[in-house]
Write a protein that binds this ligand. Structure first.
Ligand code: COD
Ligand code: ZN
Length: 364
């Protein structure tokens, strides 16, 4: 089957034929229908996130179950599914608490399935799977807990975005920070994920939602997703601008959705006394932030992180898709372009330039 393979950071993905083994026990083979081009794959392409190579990227996907391995009970051939990039065991300390994004059952190293091996090969050499999903490929084999059955009337080239950007962003606002109705919110970075934090805050009933991005096109899009105010730091000093909009106090909830120390520190500064600052972006390994500890005490500020929107994928993803089908959650507006796999490198070049919220790679 055809896949896009990354051999080395800094080089383009190579579209080529690779071999995919059948699913083992507890695994599912999925025919990939569509896959969003998310920034996390780009972190691997640039070398900011280290992964074993060669590797098949792509972690924001939906498709149709093609084959199930022995013991699989939650899906069968023909089911429509969204892929989750975070497998869950269902029985560990965190799964038992309803926090499956922190599941303790991890494979021995990144890039392999739960048994420590890969199903992808070329000429007898293993090819690694990014984030269990490896979905820049016509087909993929994933752990059973990574397939989330969805209703069949949802277009798969829209449903795929719930696999990462929508879940990560909306979940950060609703599950992690638990934005309250009537509150104030600031979102720094309004790409595919940040726009969904804006939309999550709007769904939660925030009164003021301040979108912050260097690109005016992203700020315009943020208004479509529910931003009430926008700030472009190339024109206005962002902390002063937020103060002007919040009676000098800052916001009840701030979100950092870029992943640079500077913007994390800025988000924390913008957080009002008693407020919650949530980091969504994953920074390079060596990054460090610098904060005055007395601010935590004197102002009772909270700093927290959000992984995968604190998702309970089997509960949250079908719910989000129901909201989409009711016209209450925006997904169509996120999709700037739909392209074939052959244009995956162009899709990432556009993402890097900031020209698109999401390109969707469509297989069928
Ligand atoms: N100030 C304001 N805006 C900025 C700045 C700045 N200094 N720098 C960049 N931006 C804006 C850009 O203009 C762009 O609009 C936006 O920030 C970034 O958006 P995208 O579309 O490039 O990126 P996303 O939204 O696809 O992904 C952003 C993440 C932070 C989520 C991603 O980079 C990341 O860290 N992912 C890992 C987190 C995670 O949970 N990963 C799991 C799979 S995603
Ligand atoms: Zn992603």
């Amino acid at each position: 089957m055809k896949a896009a393979v990354l051999y080395e950071p800094g080089t383009p993905l190579v579209i080529e034929e690779v071999q995919l083994d059948p699913p083992k026990a507890g695994e599912v083979k999925v025919r990939v229908a569509a896959n969003g081009a998310c920034h996390s794959d780009l972190h691997v392409m640039t070398g900011d996130m280290r992964m074993p190579m060669p590797i098949v990227l792509g972690h924001e996907a939906a498709g149709i179950v093609a084959e199930v391995g022995p013991g699989v009970t939650s899906v069968r051939e023909g089911d429509h599914v969204v892929l989750s990039f975070s497998p869950v065991c269902g029985t560990c300390y965190y799964c038992t608490q309803g926090r499956p994004q922190l599941c303790e059952r991890k494979p021995p190293q990144p890039g392999v399935l739960l048994d420590g091996t890969t199903r992808l090969h070329k000429n007898g050499q293993p090819i690694y799977h990014f984030a269990f999903t490896a979905a820049f490929a016509e087909e993929t084999v994933v752990p059973e807990s990574c397939v989330i059955k969805i209703r069949e009337d949802i277009p798969l080239d829209r449903a795929c975005l719930v696999g990462c950007g929508v879940m990560t962003g909306v979940g950060a606002a609703i599950n992690t920070a638990q934005v309250r109705p009537g509150s104030s919110v600031a979102v720094i970075g309004c790409g595919g994920v940040g726009l969904n934090v804006v939309q999550g805050a709007a769904l939660a009933g925030a009164r003021r939602i301040i979108a912050i991005d260097l690109l005016d096109a992203k700020l315009e899009l943020a208004k479509v997703f529910g931003a009430t105010d926008t700030i472009n730091p190339t024109r206005d000093e962002p902390w002063q601008a937020v103060r002007d909009l919040t009676e000098g106090r800052g916001v009840d909830y701030a979100f950092e959705v870029i992943s640079t120390p500077k913007t994390i520190e800025l988000a924390f500064k913008m957080t009002a006394p008693g407020g919650v600052c949530t980091i969504v972006g994953v920074s390079p390994e060596k990054a460090r932030i610098s904060l005055n500890p007395n601010v935590f005490v004197g102002m009772e500020k909270t700093l927290k992180g959000s992984y995968y929107g604190s998702a309970r994928p089997r509960l949250d993803m079908p719910r989000l898709l129901d909201l989409y089908m009711q016209g209450r959650l925006k997904i169509d507006e996120l999709v700037s372009r739909t392209v074939p796999l052959e244009q995956v490198n162009e899709a990432y070049a556009l993402l890097q330039k900031g020209e698109v919220a999401r390109s969707v790679i469509k297989f069928f």
